[in-house]
Design a protein around this ligand. Structure first.
Ligand SMILES: Nc1ncnc2c1ncn2[C@@H]1O[C@H](COP(=O)(O)OP(=O)(O)O)[C@@H](O)[C@H]1O
Ligand SMILES: [Mg+2]
Length: 415
């Protein structure tokens, strides 16, 4: 049974009340203070804890976005904690939007990667449409930046590499995000980053019978995406990721744009403020990588996440003391123990499987290259701090041979 959560209208009480759906537009009395209040769509705060939806029991509301509310819930049988994103009523009534939503959620559900929030299933129950997904225990990058302004270079770089890996995987499956922004990157307490809302179109309002769709957020949107919202390729996501990390490292978005019209008219000519003017601690190489991601001309941008990962590998080399060429890097924090990414399988074939995506001119690389050819994965899988000494294989063999020779010599001596 659906129960809504409302709070008592008496400012001195504000008791949470669980109201069955049937009490909608009816008056209820607060059991605590006796205050009489009308239950309306305006004062409903979502489903009350305990509400059953499909095979899930709602625990609590954890967020609210453009598509609807997000709840933590428990899945029957598996006893698994999940996140449920429930579509707002007006979108759930629009057949053309629903069709598209279902198609896109299905394609998002086909992805499985540690840097992408996993979508489990799309469900319709009691007039509600929702999908269940992996519950991420953490916060969005947006919340983090709101609190702390910007990230330390090393931590930000770790997140950026993970985001690029997630993008690489979605590109391999020909899924374009179209709305990469700090609010859609989730970071966990143990240092993992997960891309949320992959492939899902966002409704912005109703134009007559049809829901108008928007994909993207102006301050993070590439010029070509603003010109044609539908027809973009992975390079639009690379631009948006650049804008996101420009902000993560400097504390401010590269361009503050409020409407799609502003993106079309102002962005192509707007001058990009060099990142190091805003934060001199950013290594020059990292700044140049992000500035290349933000190239307004498609051809000057990275063409694939694999290319980007290779350059990020260079940045990591520069940042690692004692490894690679010595370049001015500025101060940076050490990677805290346990913060290294987990379960990365070197050579797991995360790279694009074929040349080009067919999503637009020049969408594919000139030469196919594995996304993780950067070698970053191997370093992270071992949890090794980059630059830490590593013994080559021949040295291990030599040590073994010397030990064996010593044992044999000892035996002769004893005999
Ligand atoms: N899978 C998830 N796990 C945990 N929290 C989530 C998850 N997805 C979304 N959230 C939370 O819900 C909030 C709203 O998400 P969302 O509806 O995707 O917003 P938006 O439309 O702005 O992208 C997010 O800011 C986040 O805090
Ligand atoms: Mg989101």
């Amino acid at each position: 049974m659906i129960e809504f959560l409302v709070h008592c209208g008496n400012p001195k009480c504000q008791q949470g009340l669980s109201c069955p759906k049937e009490l909608m537009d009816k008056e209820v009395q607060c059991p605590k203070c006796g205050f009489l209040m009308l239950v309306t769509a305006g004062n409903i705060e979502g489903f009350a804890p305990g509400t059953r939806l499909g095979q899930y029991t709602v625990s609590t509301k954890i967020g609210e976005g453009s598509m609807g509310r997000v709840y933590e819930a428990v899945q029957d049988g598996l006893n698994r904690r999940v996140a449920l994103k429930v579509l707002r009523g007006r979108f759930a009534k629009d057949p053309s939007y629903l069709k598209r939503f279902q198609r896109e959620a299905q394609s998002a559900a086909s992805l499985s990667h540690r840097n992408i929030v996993t979508v489990y299933e799309i469900v319709q129950d009691q007039g509600y449409y929702f999908f269940s997904m992996e519950l991420v225990e953490g916060e969005t990058l947006q919340t983090r930046l709101h609190r702390e302004g910007r990230l330390k270079v090393r931590e930000g770089l770790r997140y950026m590499v993970q985001a690029a890996r997630g993008l690489s995987h979605s590109w391999e499956h020909k899924i374009i995000h179209r709305d990469i922004k700090p609010g859609n990157l989730m970071v966990t307490r143990d240092g993992a980053l997960k891309i949320a809302d992959l492939g899902l179109a966002k409704p912005i309002g109703m134009a007559g019978e049809k829901t108008t769709l928007i994909m993207g957020t102006p301050s993070y949107m590439s010029p070509e995406q603003a010109r044609n919202l539908e027809s973009v390729d992975i390079r639009a996501d690379i631009y948006s990721l650049g804008a996101t990390f420009y902000q993560a490292f400097t504390g401010q978005a590269p361009f503050v744009l409020n409407t799609i019209q502003e993106v079309i008219t102002q962005l192509p000519q707007a001058a990009l403020r060099p990142m190091r003017d805003l934060n001199p601690e950013i290594p020059p190489l990292l700044a140049s990588v992000i500035e290349k991601m933000l190239a307004r001309e498609l051809e000057k941008r990275y063409q694939t996440p694999g290319e980007l990962l290779q350059d990020l590998d260079q940045v990591r080399t520069v940042l690692s003391p004692g490894a690679g060429p010595k370049v001015e890097t500025g101060p940076y924090e050490a990677i805290p123990p346990g913060a290294a990414e987990k379960s990365v399988v070197p050579g797991s074939g995360e790279g694009p499987s074929e040349q080009g995506t067919g999503n637009g001119p020049g969408a594919g690389p000139a030469t196919p290259q594995p996304a993780d050819s950067s070698g970053l994965a191997e370093e992270d899988a071992t949890g090794r701090v980059p630059g830490a000494p590593r013994f080559p294989v021949w040295a291990v063999w030599l040590a073994g041979l010397i030990a064996l020779a010593a044992v044999v010599a000892g035996m002769f001596w004893a005999a």
